[in-house]
Design a protein around this ligand. Structure first.
Ligand code: URC
Length: 307
């Protein structure tokens, strides 16, 4: 049966590009998911396999990262217009470019009073929380006598665009990771904390206030810790909560290390001065630990996924 080729397009989908603009100590983030779809004279590649008109999808990916450096990312629209114009005007066989962009919005983390005097600002200039609500969780158990309340949050995405290093680790014959002295630290915080309120005889905590305060301490510890590992940051977040909230005796974290890899722009004659990153979604490091008030028995389940 004779067949003909109908509508067709191709390109690299979901290029996760993060651009950090460093204005002294104040950093700005643009975090985009860019999908490129090109069409034009592409009959031959489908009918005969001739690639003579095909700009590789890999090149479209590289162009996204190179343009982030060369033109910056002022807005998703401006960035998309640059890209679309480039593909259509520089490649004869390409007649149409469709660029779709999703933008992740970030806001700065408010600093603690002590730190605001130290840094001279109410916000940490390189620490961000992704906009949009985290999920708040709670689990209540009662056996007729004793209460156990474990509350927490999930998917609170935070990023430090500096003040994070990772070096001095074990190296065996499979280790290829380069030591990092200024890296992005980004994670989706999942935390669960256990209240020491167990009986109707005791005064009940103010659950709303406690949640707000625990979240605030987690965010501030993340922003204010100069991190040598995500493990160290985790411990700081937990101990800040335990030390500031007497109603909480135990807290557990599950923290994915959302890796951001510097893109090598040398092949395009561009220098990447800690500006353009590839945000990988998997695999990710997963760092998990419980922090306890001294003398307290751990009760939060190791596997927090069902909390
Ligand atoms: O903060 C980190 N902790 C690790 O244990 C680790 N391992 C790794 O490869 N990168 C990182 N980063």
């Amino acid at each position: 049966m004779p067949t003909i080729l109908g509508q067709n397009q191709y390109g690299k989908a979901e290029n996760r590009v993060v651009k950090i603009t460093r204005d002294g100590d104040t950093h700005h983030i643009k975090d985009l998911n860019v999908s490129v779809a090109l069409s034009g004279d592409m009959d031959d590649v489908h009918y005969s396999g001739s690639n003579a008109n095909v700009l590789p999808t890999d090149t479209t990916k590289n162009t996204v990262y190179a343009f982030a450096k060369e033109h910056g990312i002022e807005s998703a629209e401006q960035f998309g217009i640059h890209l679309a114009r480039h593909f259509v005007t520089s490649q004869e066989p390409i007649h149409r470019a469709r660029i779709r962009i999703e933008e992740y919005a970030w806001e700065r983390i408010a600093t603690s009073d002590a730190n605001s005097k130290f840094i001279g600002s109410d916000e940490v200039r390189h620490s961000f929380a992704r906009k949009g609500q985290e999920l708040r969780t709670t689990q209540i158990t009662f056996d007729g006598e004793n209460w156990e309340v474990i509350s927490g949050l999930k998917d609170l995405t935070v990023m430090n665009s500096t003040n994070s290093e990772f070096w001095g680790y074990v190296k065996d014959k499979y280790t290829t990771l380069k030591e990092a002295y200024d890296r992005i630290l980004c994670t989706d915080v999942s935390a669960a904390w256990r209240y020491n309120w167990t009986s109707d005889e005791e005064r009940m905590p103010n659950w709303e206030k406690s949640y707000e305060q625990a979240k605030k301490h987690i965010l501030q510890a993340f922003a204010e810790t100069y991190s040598l590992s995500l493990q160290q940051t985790l411990y700081q977040m937990g101990s800040r909560v335990i030390n500031s909230r007497s109603e909480i005796d135990e807290i557990r974290f599950s923290l994915p290390n959302n890796h951001h890899f510097l893109v090598d722009l040398e092949p395009f004659g561009l220098k990447n001065d800690n500006e353009v990153y590839f945000a990988a979604d998997r695999p990710y490091g997963l760092i998990e630990a419980t922090i306890l008030r001294d003398g307290v028995e751990p009760r939060i389940p190791v596997d927090m996924t069902n909390l």
